[in-house]
Design a protein around this ligand. Structure first.
Ligand code: FES
Length: 61
C-alpha cells in the first residue's frame, strides 16, 4: 500500500525508515531519497511514528 502517492513511497518503506531511526516525516522522506510535495501523507507518517513509539514504550515496560 502506498503512503505517499507523490513519491511512490510504500508502507513497508516508511516502516523500514522508522526502524532505521527516523523520528520525523522529513527523515522518512530523506531515507526514501525524496521530499514532501503535497504533504498529504505527513499525517499518515506521523500516525505510523506514533504507533511505533507506543509499541516501543510498551516493549520497554
Ligand atoms: S502524498 Fe506524499 S508528498 Fe504528496
Amino acid at each position: 500500500m502506498y503512503v505517499c502517492n507523490c513519491n511512490g513511497i510504500r508502507e513497508r518503506q516508511v516502516r523500514a525508515a522508522i526502524a532505521a531511526g527516523a523520528t520525523k516525516p522529513a527523515q522518512i522522506f530523506k531515507a526514501c531519497d525524496s521530499a514532501a510535495q503535497c504533504a498529504r501523507c505527513v499525517c499518515d507518517m506521523r500516525k505510523m511514528l506514533d504507533e511505533s513509539r507506543e509499541t516501543m514504550r510498551f516493549a520497554a515496560e
